[in-house]
Design a binder for this molecule. Structure first.
Ligand SMILES: Cc1cc2nc3c(=O)[nH]c(=O)nc-3n(C[C@H](O)[C@H](O)[C@H](O)COP(=O)(O)OP(=O)(O)OC[C@H]3O[C@@H](n4cnc5c(N)ncnc54)[C@H](O)[C@@H]3O)c2cc1C
Length: 448
């Protein structure tokens, strides 16, 4: 018997149960993760709503899937027909901006870019910049420890979170971390919740770090005959403290050139670097690229050039999407292994007769090989899914990790034991049991 009427009585308002609507709240952007329309969707308006709902669900063993914006790429926000989805989309208030203490307090449903736009007038910035920042929520960013282009210099979301209000599965409301910049009174429980992908508690409020807004960046763009040289140059360029350092391979460049010719037809790879300080190192950076076989390079401190120079990076994924259905992978590598990784993925593409374009955050070794297959070609889709798994295995064989920023969710659980010991799984399960004894929070995700 459905739990809906009983939960509505507890909350004092209605849940969404129309299957056309619940379906749209029951899956994220991962193309091949299973999902079913949830039994109901709760549009939470307060921490107390969530507390009441979780206490109820714990008492009835009802699985709960927390949802930010559903922009995830791992199936982490996918539900099944027995679940309650708790959406944070209505909890979108910026509670406080405190420039003197360099912090902002927000509800978890605030969109990342909305916070950054709001703090601009104080001369401040919220830095973590996932490419989905104009629609992903800060709660989702915390739950997935989201990264982005500026993370090479400024770190990922976890480096910018000071404190969280979290509702545990029992309905208990706790606060971890503190508004102060430093805090040593407890174990670091804050970072236990960052990246926990909705499995340990529901984040309802967040205190985030703000920084003085960086200067408009200077941009370097350099072409190389092949990816090996570009990758070697990228590790050397890290000494200039780039605020962005991106690499693009030949397959992706060709896809961009077919769509928007930008003059990269002779390049085997390109690097794009931005600096938001130390602009005087431009000549030295060009010389560094020359030492690694650069074909051509431009360094511009003119902020108005930046958008043109980084256009090729913005077009990388959409250009591959034009070629067919895409599977965007996400792996983390030691930066010194990027070239070897790309070489092995290129061999895989030939072997499996697939197009695989590779681009990513060279500065922190976070690569996004994107597998393309024909729309509606089920055999090609199977080969693409197999290649998706093989790409993860290649990364792991080089000392890398199954995910750099998109998370484990549903689609990468099978790879976890390939890179961590069983003892780590057991510790994670112990923590999960302590915080969520009935296992109602995002069951089957993240922890194998
Ligand atoms: C075009 C595109 C570009 C992207 N670029 C990047 C990128 O550059 N970097 C990057 O890191 N990611 C990127 N992503 C992936 C995605 O945007 C991030 O994972 C983002 O952080 C998810 O936020 P969300 O609000 O959409 O969360 P959702 O997708 O709704 O949820 C993600 C996970 O977090 C959990 N969750 C959500 N909110 C909460 C909460 N309040 N409390 C507890 N758990 C919660 C969910 O249960 C789920 O497990 C991209 C996605 C797309 C579609």
């Amino acid at each position: 018997m459905s739990f809906v009427a009983d939960l509505e009585a507890v909350l004092g308002f209605s849940l969404i149960t129309d299957p056309d609507i619940t379906a749209s709240y029951s899956k994220d952007q991962a193309p091949f993760a299973p999902s079913e329309p949830a039994a109901a969707v709760l549009l939470a308006r307060s921490t107390e709503d969530i507390s009441k709902a979780l206490a109820f669900c714990s008492s009835r063993n009802i699985p709960v899937v927390t949802r930010g914006a559903g922009s995830g790429l791992s199936g982490g926000a996918n539900a099944d027909s027995k679940s309650l989805v708790i959406s944070l989309e209505k909890m979108n208030q910026i509670i406080e901006i405190d420039p003197a203490n360099q912090l902002a307090k927000v509800q978890a449903g605030v969109i990342n870019l909305d916070l950054d736009s709001a703090v601009k007038e104080f001369g401040m910035a919220y830095l973590p910049d996932p490419a989905s920042r104009d629609w992903s929520t800060l709660g989702g960013n915390v739950a997935t420890n989201a990264g982005g282009m500026c993370c090479v210099k400024y770190g990922v979301t976890s480096h910018h979170v000071r404190a969280l209000k979290v509702v545990l599965a029992s309905g208990q409301i706790i606060e971890v971390g503190k508004a102060t910049k430093k805090f040593m009174t407890t174990l670091d429980l804050l970072h236990l919740f960052v990246g926990s992908e909705g499995t340990l508690g529901i984040v309802t409020e967040i205190i985030l770090n703000l920084v003085p807004r960086p200067k408009s960046p200077a941009t370097l763009i350099a072409t190389f005959p092949d990816i090996k040289q570009a990758a070697a140059a990228s590790t050397d360029l890290l000494k200039y403290r780039p605020s962005m350092l991106e690499i693009i391979d030949e397959t992706t460049l060709k896809a961009v050139e077919q769509w928007h010719p930008l003059g990269f037809e002779v390049a085997g790879s390109i690097l794009i670097m931005q600096l938001d300080e130390n602009f005087e190192v431009g000549d030295a950076a060009i010389a560094t690229c020359k030492n690694h076989g650069m074909i051509d390079g431009i360094f511009s401190t003119d902020a108005s050039d930046a958008a043109d120079l980084i256009r090729v990076r913005k077009l990388a994924y959409p250009a591959l999407e034009r070629l067919g259905a895409t599977l965007l992978d996400d792996v983390a590598l030691p930066v010194t292994k990027i070239a070897e990784f790309v070489g092995l993925v290129q061999e895989l593409a030939i072997d499996k007769n697939l197009t695989i374009g590779i681009f990513g955050h060279a500065g922190d070794g976070n690569m996004h090989p994107t597998i393309v297959h024909d729309h509606g070609d089920s055999e090609g889709e199977k080969r693409a899914q197999l290649a998706f798994a093989q790409i993860v295995q290649i990364a792991q064989s080089l000392g890398g990790s199954a995910s750099g920023e998109h998370g484990i969710g549903l689609i990468k659980r099978g790879f976890v034991l390939d890179e961590v010991d069983q003892s780590i799984i057991d510790i994670q399960r112990g923590i999960k049991t302590l915080l969520d004894p009935s296992g109602i929070l995002n069951p089957g995700k993240k922890i194998p």
